[in-house]
Design a binder for this molecule. Sequence first.
Ligand SMILES: [Mg+2]
Length: 265
Amino acid sequence: MEATPFFIKYTDYFIEIPKGIYELKRLGIIFDFDGTIIESFSNRIESHKKVAKLITDFLKKRGVKANFKTILEIVIKTEAEQEKRLIRNRDEWWKKIFKELNVTNISPDFVTKLTNTYWTILRDTSKVYEGAPELLKELKQKGYKLGLLSDTDFAPGWKENRFKASGLAKFFDTYVVAGETTPEAKPSPQPFLEILKRLNIKPEQAIHVGDSQQTDIKGAKAAGIDAVWIDWQVDPNGNKYGAIVVAKGFPELKATLYKVLGIQN
Ligand SMILES: [Mg+2]
């Protein structure tokens, strides 16, 4: 096939697929989880509400004046702030909230209960993106090896739990929970190299698909893997770490990925 560069219009800039991309034989595709194949953001308010309710009841029992609405606002604010700082250990979020409220002597069991409640509700309200199972099934039928590479939820076992509950695990040959399976999380190249090893392919034979510049695109690049960025337009810095193509949201992913793979759609 002739190696014709093509252009994808994306807001106000164009990305050219480098010449030669078509000649590369890709054998495996690595997917990120949250924000890439599963929608786990819009219903977080349900987790926030339940956690806020538990904290409010706990404070009242201790004789501390507490208002559910105020606590809920603090929980929401804490998530936004901590996510921005890439602090994803929920236990640390709740400890920060209690510190802010000047409440001391919190038992580790209660902190764990809050974290487990948060993840249980998030797991049960997450939805796979429309078309995700079909896309994974098609890629598998076309002979691609599929790997899931996701960062730890900082509560051991929870990412695996959510992945299995999503119903998507059956499409994957292997999975790596970065920060649990490997000591380091993304964007360290370590978990990327681990999944390549498990898929038995070289970096240039793989494509990584992810929604985070900071973890997916930066990490894939560090491991020598070409990346496809799913841009939900939450990153003001654009394609900072140089994904080879950009798909605006999951709906554009299939067409974008298939062009990179040289598959006639
Ligand atoms: Mg993600």
